[in-house]
Structures are given as C-alpha cells and as structure tokens.
Design a binder for this molecule. Structure first.
Ligand code: HEC
Ligand code: HEC
Ligand code: HEC
Ligand code: HEC
Ligand code: HEC
Length: 216
C-alpha cells in the first residue's frame, strides 16, 4: 500500500498515534485502579459532630483503646462508646472536666435523651465480606496494623485500604504483625526480631486464605 503522506510525515503520525494509544491506556488503567473503593477510601476523614481527639485521649492522657472500644476483644465489632463513657469525666455534676464546654453539648444531649451521638462511620466493609475483631486482637494483631497511628490522630482518618488484596497480604505472612497480647492496644510498641515467629508458634496462628472464611 502506498504511503498517504511523505515517508517522514507518515512516521510522525504513526508515532503520535502510538503515543496517544499508550496515554489513553495508562489513563484508563490508572482511573480504574484509583477509582476502586479501596483506593478512594484511604484518607477518608469525615467531620464528626464532636471534635473528639484520639491524640489527646489515647495519646497524651494514655487511655486504653478498650476503655472506649469495649467489645474489641470479645466480639466481631469494636463498638463506639456511649455518652455515659465520656460523662465519667465530662459530667458537669461530677468529675467536671470541661463539663460545660459547648463542644460537648451533643454528648450531654445524648446522655440526657439516650439517643446516641451521630458519629460518622469511617471503616466499613461491604456486606459480603466477613470480618471479626476478636479473632485478630486475641492472636496479637494490633489496632495499628489496620488503623494506623490512631493515638496521634486529632481526627481519625481511614489509614489502610481494607481491600481483599490487603487482607490476603497479611494472611499470607502475618509474622511481622504479631505481638504479645498485652501490647495489642499499645500503639507505640515496636517489635523485636523473632517476636512474631515466637507468638505465631505459641498461639498456633494460621490465618485463612480460603474464599469461604471471608465470604460466608
Ligand atoms: C475516650 C474514648 C476513646 C478511646 C480511649 C479511644 N477511642 Fe477510638 N473512638 C472513640 C469515639 C468517640 C470514636 C468515634 C468518633 C471518631 O471517629 O473520632 C472513635 C473512633 C475510632 C475509630 C474509627 C471508627 C470508625 O468509624 O470506623 C477507630 C479505628 C478507633 N476509634 C480506634 C481506637 C484505637 C486504636 C484506640 C486506642 C489507641 C482508641 N480508638 C481509643 C472513642 C475512643
Ligand atoms: C478519663 C477522662 C476522660 C474521658 C472518659 C473522656 N475525656 Fe474528653 N477530655 C478529658 C480531658 C482531661 C480533656 C482535656 C481538658 C482540658 O483541656 O483541660 C478532655 C477534653 C475533651 C474535649 C475538648 C473540650 C474543650 O472544650 O476543649 C472534647 C470535645 C472531649 N474531651 C470529648 C470527649 C468524648 C466525646 C469522650 C467520650 C467518647 C471523652 N471526651 C471522654 C478527659 C476525658
Ligand atoms: C486485622 C485488622 C484490624 C485490626 C487488628 C483492628 N481492626 Fe478495627 N476495623 C477493621 C475493619 C476491617 C473494620 C471495618 C469492619 C466492618 O465493616 O465490619 C474495623 C472497624 C473498626 C471500628 C468501627 C466499628 C466496628 O466495629 O466496625 C472501630 C471502633 C475499630 N475498628 C477499632 C479497633 C480497635 C480499638 C482495634 C485494636 C484493639 C482494632 N480496631 C483492631 C480492621 C481491624
Ligand atoms: C495484619 C494482619 C492481618 C490483616 C491485615 C488481616 N488479618 Fe485476618 N487474620 C490474621 C490473623 C493472624 C488471623 C488469626 C489466625 C488464627 O486464628 O490463628 C486472622 C484470621 C482471620 C479470620 C478467621 C476468623 C475465624 O473465624 O476463624 C478471618 C475471617 C479474617 N482474618 C478476615 C480478615 C479480613 C476480611 C481482613 C481484611 C479486611 C483481614 N482478616 C485482615 C491477620 C490479619
Ligand atoms: C482474608 C479475607 C478474604 C479472603 C480469604 C477472600 N476474600 Fe474476597 N474480599 C475480601 C474483602 C474484605 C473484600 C472487599 C474488598 C473491598 O471492599 O475493597 C473482598 C472482595 C471480593 C470480591 C469483590 C470484588 C473485589 O475485588 O473487590 C470478590 C469477587 C471476591 N472477594 C472473591 C473472592 C474469592 C473467589 C476468594 C477465594 C479465592 C476470596 N475472595 C477470598 C476478603 C477476602
């Protein structure tokens, strides 16, 4: 077939077409990849009705995660505390730490009416995926592996993807994520070489890879 344009122009056009093709392909792959829920989720940080700071309460004041997230060692769900828990300190009639602060008005209202504070949910798996906190926390997997450095967050954000690939990456080799049981809520604890392997053996850790473990 004869060249439509001069030889050199034809070459330019062909290179331009190839270049455009590559750019479009990369754009589509990139869009697909980053638009998947697991990637748009990371960094999600909704405004909360009360400016509750984990950095202050769990970090500076050193309160244990389980003081507020009471069911995290016993049940699939970690539970967010009722106003009663906050009122242990913020009740104007008792301990009275900033008891009349306007920032705490929704907490006082919840305490009086029994209607929960409307905290916005940050981490949420799709219905078809099964997750269980107690299984993980009792085998020495720390909150920090899945939620990041919550003890340093003024406002909680979504730190890890919580995607299937992310779950499987740890399940395939959980050693570096295992720590002694009493350090699970100590987010500043740093592992020493060999600890993970020791704990894996002691607790006979075997994280499932089969579809029906997580899709029941
Ligand atoms: C004084 C009570 C208190 C303590 C202590 C506390 N939290 Fe929380 N936590 C809350 C409240 C209230 C919320 C809901 C508001 C928010 O997201 O900040 C929450 C939210 C969260 C969330 C996000 C939940 C969601 O919607 O997905 C995570 C994760 C979390 N906490 C982890 C931790 C960890 C880890 C620790 C220990 C380092 C901890 N918390 C200590 C009260 C507490
Ligand atoms: C063990 C005691 C304790 C508990 C329980 C507690 N807090 Fe606090 N909170 C404090 C202290 C101490 C401060 C800092 C007070 C100061 O700055 O003088 C504080 C400060 C605050 C502030 C800032 C108030 C202001 O006006 O500056 C908010 C908001 C708050 N807490 C929300 C909560 C919520 C919501 C809960 C329950 C999920 C909670 N706290 C549970 C001790 C507690
Ligand atoms: C192995 C990963 C993993 C570990 C370890 C983990 N979480 Fe979670 N957390 C999740 C996932 C996944 C969700 C979303 C669950 C859902 O949608 O059913 C979640 C949700 C939450 C929520 C929202 C309420 C709920 O139960 O859905 C809170 C609060 C929370 N986690 C606190 C904690 C605390 C505190 C710790 C440590 C004591 C902890 N988590 C350890 C993965 C983890
Ligand atoms: C940081 C490591 C880590 C991450 C991340 C992780 N897991 Fe696990 N998972 C484990 C370990 C360790 C076990 C415990 C194995 C055992 O019981 O010996 C486990 C066990 C389980 C089990 C078995 C529960 C049962 O009833 O036997 C399920 C289901 C599960 N994980 C789901 C998930 C899902 C869903 C995610 C992602 C949202 C996830 N895991 C993320 C480490 C992890
Ligand atoms: C350790 C837990 C775990 C195991 C094992 C697991 N999945 Fe998943 N899977 C998940 C989670 C969590 C999601 C939700 C991911 C999200 O929301 O981004 C998911 C999502 C999916 C989806 C929806 C599409 C997608 O990629 O988001 C399909 C299809 C799926 N899984 C099939 C499977 C099959 C087939 C197997 C067995 C080969 C399997 N899963 C094993 C945790 C698991």
């Amino acid at each position: 077939m004869p060249a439509i344009f001069s030889r050199s122009l034809d070459g330019h056009l062909r290179r331009a077409a190839v270049g455009l093709g590559v750019a479009v392909t990369l754009f589509v792959i990139g869009w697909y990849y980053y638009a998947l829920p697991s990637y748009t989720r990371v960094g999600y940080q909704p405004d909360q009705p009360v400016p509750f700071s984990h950095e202050l309460h769990a970090g500076k004041l050193g309160m244990d995660c389980a003081y507020c997230h009471q069911s995290v060692f016993e049940s699939p769900h970690a539970s967010v505390p009722a106003a009663q828990t906050c009122m242990n300190c913020h009740n104007p009639k008792m301990a009275n730490v900033k008891g009349n602060s306007p920032l705490l008005a929704p907490v006082r209202a919840s305490y009086d009416t029994g209607k929960p504070v409307e905290w916005k949910r940050i981490h949420k798996l799709p219905e078809y995926a099964y997750f269980n906190h107690a299984v993980h926390t009792n085998k020495g997997v720390s909150c920090v592996s899945c939620h990041g450095q919550i003890n340093e967050m003024k406002v909680v954000w979504h730190d890890q993807p919580l995607s299937m690939g992310w779950c499987l990456k740890c399940h395939n080799d959980p050693h570096e994520h295992l720590r002694p049981f009493d350090k699970v809520t100590d987010l500043t604890w740093k592992p020493k070489p060999g600890t993970g392997a020791e704990i894996a053996q002691q607790l006979a850790v075997k994280a499932p890879m089969s579809c029906q473990s997580c899709h029941r």
